[in-house]
Design a protein around this ligand. Structure first.
Ligand code: BTN
Length: 234
């Protein structure tokens, strides 16, 4: 894919910029990269800490697969960031369901997928120099992990390169190989899930990632529960 990168100083949210571009007919591969965001958005309506020094960008995709498979592109994006971060740090990162990238158990990146019309927006934030003060999860940054001094542009390019590869694999071969790659680097074991909109919490042991991208958990009473949204804590 040819990526067309639009670098901007500050925007409210790169996801919103690329959504607007998409509605005006921007092609697949359009990217908005902002040095900072004034209203960066995270999953479940949360705010995404976005001062200068970290990486914030959104990519416009027009996936060829039917809409019902689009949720699985979230694992495509997770694998892309995982591969870039692992390459930069020279030590293996992990993925936490659905698509957070962890280094030594601490979150270094977040991904927000949104759809607009026929387009899928993949918004990626990577902590390069700094982390939020009161995070929901333990957090880290490339700087704190003593990464070699890559520029933001180099990190962006590496991530786009892996995204291109994983996206092509998903489109050609479906979710099977993506699921297998995700399972190979996912953090497993026992975990606590905070369900969205105050539906409470669950604890259990990781069992699987199913073909729909659900997290399959074994609860203490032995029952199996499939989770399609929530926050995972270890
Ligand atoms: C999460 O909650 O883990 C997802 C965070 C996603 C943040 C990125 S930064 C670039 C893009 N623009 C946004 O407003 N959000 C995403």
């Amino acid at each position: 894919m040819d990526f067309d990168i639009h670098k901007v100083d500050a925007v409210e949210s790169t996801n919103d910029e690329i959504k607007a571009a998409s509605l005006k007919g921007a092609p697949e591969g359009s990217v908005v990269w902002a040095l900072r965001q004034t209203g960066g958005r995270g999953r479940q309506g949360r705010e995404w800490y976005s001062p200068e020094g970290n990486l914030y960008f959104s990519v416009l995709l027009r996936p060829p697969l039917p809409l019902r498979f689009w949720g699985n592109y979230s694992f495509v994006a997770g694998l892309a960031v995982h591969s870039a971060v692992t390459g930069i740090l020279g030590k293996p990162a992990e993925l936490k369901w659905p698509n957070d990238v962890l280094v030594d158990g601490k979150k270094i990146s977040g991904i927000l997928l949104e759809t607009v019309g026929e387009a899928l927006i993949v918004g990626i934030g990577i902590n390069v120099q700094s982390v939020p003060e009161k995070p929901l999860y333990p957090v880290t940054s490339l700087g704190a992990e003593k990464a070699p001094p890559f520029s933001l542009e180099q990190i962006l390019q590496k991530t786009l390169q892996s995204l291109d590869q994983e996206y092509a694999k998903m489109n050609a071969e479906g979710f099977g190989p993506i699921r297998a790659s995700w399972l190979a680097v996912a953090r497993k074991g026992s975990m606590r899930i905070r369900l969205p909109s105050g539906e409470g919490e669950l604890s259990g042991d990781f069992q699987d990632l199913d073909a729909e991208g659900n997290l399959v958990l074994k609860l203490a009473d032995g029952s199996i529960r499939r989770i399609n949204a929530g926050d995972v804590f270890f």
